[in-house]
Design a protein around this ligand. Structure first.
Ligand code: HDE
Length: 727
């Protein structure tokens, strides 16, 4: 064994002989006896003793400890002798491990899995006649925003395509303070009173004894709770619908859910409901696709959003408002304070008031997406709450939960949470106080004059809407909240046939996972009140001998509500293929002209083509060009694409027809009602996958000349060929 003193001496001697390497790398003294290794961009030098040294590029600041002490060696701890014990004195290693040990913070109790992006909101025109909210005063006003999308039930590591509500939380950094519009992609909620929220979430989350199932409502506890809470039935229709499995965060609506108030400068108020409408239309996937996407790419939604922003095709939404007054509220069939109800757009149209573009990905996921703290209580002058009991409860919960999660009342100083406008208050101290009051005064009133710190401003400060309130102090649910089924029925009946079939299948799937038969029966008994035909479909799917008697409703459901076409996704498709992806299956010898025509047609539409092939190593097309493969076939199933095309030589089609993954690629696309383009040779693959001429409907587009690529992309504007679905 070499003694350390000997090694050091030899190294010193060798280092003095060779200076060339030193000059090349950092200009600083190069550690002795080093072999250069490259890890990507990083140059690492390994010494004779096996130790490695990563040299900071010339002119750049070196890596330091948290307090700025430069670090010479981040690869090896300080030991007594090369194979000796580690020394407690090693502050570099201790600080590093200490910090690592404390990296995790509690995940959100709900909406743990989220994905954020930055952007801007632009006001279309002044809304001064409705609200004095500063961001709505001037046409063209641009306000910075941060948005976090989320699923609700799953933990941070759960898959993106869980059947669930999506959170749609927007923080507006306005000149008069932060306004948080903490909404969902569904305009109603399960419960009417905030005090039921812990029960709802306990029932939905993994069962407490066994800790599963994860990110699913398909289990006994959830449906047990639902079967005993008929007020949830409207929301249940929404989560069993395709709204709960969006194709992309970019293609879903957002809703403020509650009725809020706009208040103008004179104190006059109107009710307002907020809506986000995606520029590129609504789109969802089908359940079998969602299940497969979760396996193929559990990050499907976040990757999609990240890529859209990174590729310069930022998603966009219009903010719209439904404005109504007390008269309407009195006339409306339901209570506007009941969050299990919506106001159909056909009754109160949505007026667009601005647009939001998300054009910047975060720089650090933890700093922004994790640390962002939305609070429904964050409102600005001109925007106020109503007495919706769910909203009132939320105003307590969000502030409280941020303290638990972020560990200090000073979370508002974190860059993602701090207002962009000046702020001044006497809140002080506490963990991580980054900005304490300056000067002598930290209280008010005070008589310190100009040095006395911030003062109230009655002319610009927040004033609550002056509502008169009276009543007996009681725990009671208003009678006006008693109708639990009419809007559930209206929602179901406003769906297209395909969407109704999806709701029925989703209920059958979920209830089939429920072990206790009396829970299944109670749910179906409740569904009878929504729609008898739906109830009998579900009963049949569950193998019931008969449809159960209707659960006695608190008030009989109404049959006189008009259908609301705005509630259907299929009826509100974009009629465009912009922002979507075509997966093109290729192999050696694929036709170069056809591929070029497909890329042109897709790009003209604002869509993307991704080549799927046998290896990532690339294949040669018919003209000998090497094609870059985006997805290896086995890792790039057709569920990752909105439509597929098969461009194969005869030999290529023969090879593909032998591969189970290629056959699944086409048969899944068929079953998910996708448009399928194919050249003549590719029929061999289709035939082998059981998609012979008799099965190939007009959702199949033959690729026989260049123009057919455009015909195919035009067809894709329908997004799905729903006619293919058996009735
Ligand atoms: Fe939330 N909700 N919620 N919620 N919620 C949270 O706050 C709560 C409700 C929503 O991306 C928590 O920061 C109660 C409706 C979103 O960071 C918590 C009630 C709507 C997000 C909380 C509701 C929402 C949350 C957990 C019943 C749509 C994610 C972590 C009264 C309008 C925000 C956190 C983000 C998060 C409480 C119901 C939307 C515990 C008590 C209705 C989008 O405070």
């Amino acid at each position: 064994m070499t003694r350390p003193s000997e090694t050091e001496a030899t190294n010193k001697a060798k280092a003095s002989e060779d200076t060339s390497e030193r000059q090349e790398s950092s200009g600083e003294e190069t550690p002795p006896e080093l072999t250069k290794l490259r890890y990507g961009e990083v140059e690492v030098h390994r010494g004779a003793g096996g130790e490695t040294h990563q040299l900071s590029p010339a002119g750049e600041e070196p890596m330091t400890t948290q307090v700025g002490t430069p670090i010479a060696d981040d690869q090896n701890t300080l030991t007594a002798g090369p194979r000796g014990p580690q020394l407690l004195e090693d502050f570099v290693m201790r600080e590093k491990i200490f910090h690592f040990d404390h990296e995790r913070i509690p995940e959100r109790v709900v909406h743990a899995r989220g994905f954020g992006a930055r952007g801007t909101f632009e006001t279309y025109e002044s809304l001064a006649d409705l609200t004095c909210a500063d961001l709505f005063q001037r046409a063209g006003e641009v306000t910075e925003v941060f948005v976090r999308f989320s699923t609700v039930a799953g933990n941070k590591g759960s898959p993106d395509l869980a059947r669930d509500v999506r959170g749609f939380a927007v923080k507006f950094y306005t000149k008069a303070g932060n306004w948080d519009l903490v909404g969902n992609n569904i305009p109603v909620f399960f419960i009417q009173d905030a005090t039921k929220f812990p029960d709802l979430i306990h029932a939905a989350k993994p069962e407490p004894d066994r800790g599963f199932p994860q990110a699913q409502t398909a289990h006994d506890n959830f449906w047990d709770f639902i079967s005993l809470m008929p007020e949830a039935m409207h929301m249940v229709m929404w989560i069993m619908s395709d709204r709960a499995i969006p194709r992309s965060l970019r293609f879903m609506e957002g809703f403020g859910v509650h009725s809020f108030r706009f208040v103008d400068a004179s104190g006059r108020s109107s009710f307002v409901k907020f809506h986000w409408k995606p520029k590129y239309g609504l789109q969802s996937v089908v359940w079998d696709e969602a299940v497969k996407i979760n396996g193929a790419d559990p990050d499907f939604h976040r990757r999609d959003l990240w890529n859209a922003i990174a590729s310069g095709d930022p998603p966009e939404w219009e903010l719209g408002v439904q404005i109504f007054d007390d008269d309407f509220a009195d006339r409306f069939e339901f209570d506007v304070l009941d969050a299990t109800k919506l106001i159909p757009e056909e009754q109160v149209p949505v007026r667009p008031i601005g647009r939001m573009i998300l054009d910047q990905n975060v720089e650090n996921f933890f700093a922004e997406t994790e640390q962002v703290a939305f609070c429904t209580q964050n409102v600005v002058p001109g925007i106020d709450f109503t007495n919706d009991p769910l909203l009132q409860g939320r105003n307590f919960s969000y502030l409280d939960t941020q303290l638990k999660r972020l560990g200090s009342p000073n979370f508002t100083f974190l860059p993602v949470n701090a207002p962009r406008c000046p702020f001044a208050h006497f809140q002080q101290d506490g963990h991580m106080a980054m900005q304490n009051p300056k000067g002598r005064a930290n209280y008010e009133p005070n008589s310190w004059g100009a040095e006395g710190g911030p003062r109230e401003d009655p002319s610009r400060g927040y004033r609550s809407f002056r509502a008169s309130v009276s009543g007996d102090k009681r725990r009671i649910r208003p009678e006006s909240f008693a109708d639990h089924y009419s809007q559930a029925r209206q929602f179901y009946r406003s769906q297209t046939e395909v969407e109704q079939a999806h709701i029925a299948s989703a209920m059958i799937f979920e209830l089939s996972k429920v072990d206790r038969v009396e829970i299944r029966e109670r749910v179906v008994a409740s569904v009878v009140n929504v729609d008898e035909e739906l109830a009998s479909r579900v009963a049949e799917g569950l193998g019931f001998a008969r449809v159960p008697e209707a659960m006695p409703p608190a008030v009989p459901p109404r049959d006189d509500l008009d259908e609301s076409p705005a509630l259907s996704i299929v009826r509100n498709g974009p009629k465009r293929f912009h922002g979507r992806r075509v997966g093109v299956l290729v192999d050696q010898g694929s036709d170069a002209n056809m591929l070029a025509a497909l890329v042109r047609a897709a790009n003209d539409e604002g869509a993307e083509v991704a080549l799927v092939g046998p290896t990532r190593g690339g294949v040669e097309d018919s003209e000998g060009n090497t094609l870059e493969i985006a997805e290896k076939l086995e890792g790039g199933p057709s569920v990752l694409f909105d439509a597929i095309a098969l461009v194969l030589s005869e030999a290529g089609a023969k090879r593909m027809a032998m591969k189970p993954a290629a056959r699944a690629f086409v048969s899944d696309a068929h079953n998910h009602c996708k448009f399928i383009a194919h050249d003549a040779a590719a029929t061999e693959l289709l035939d082998k996958a059981g998609l012979g001429p008799a099965v190939r409907d007009d959702g199949y587009c033959p690729l026989d000349e260049d123009a057919s690529a455009t015909t195919f992309i035009d067809a894709c504007r329908e997004l799905r060929h729903w006619k293919r679905k058996p009735a």
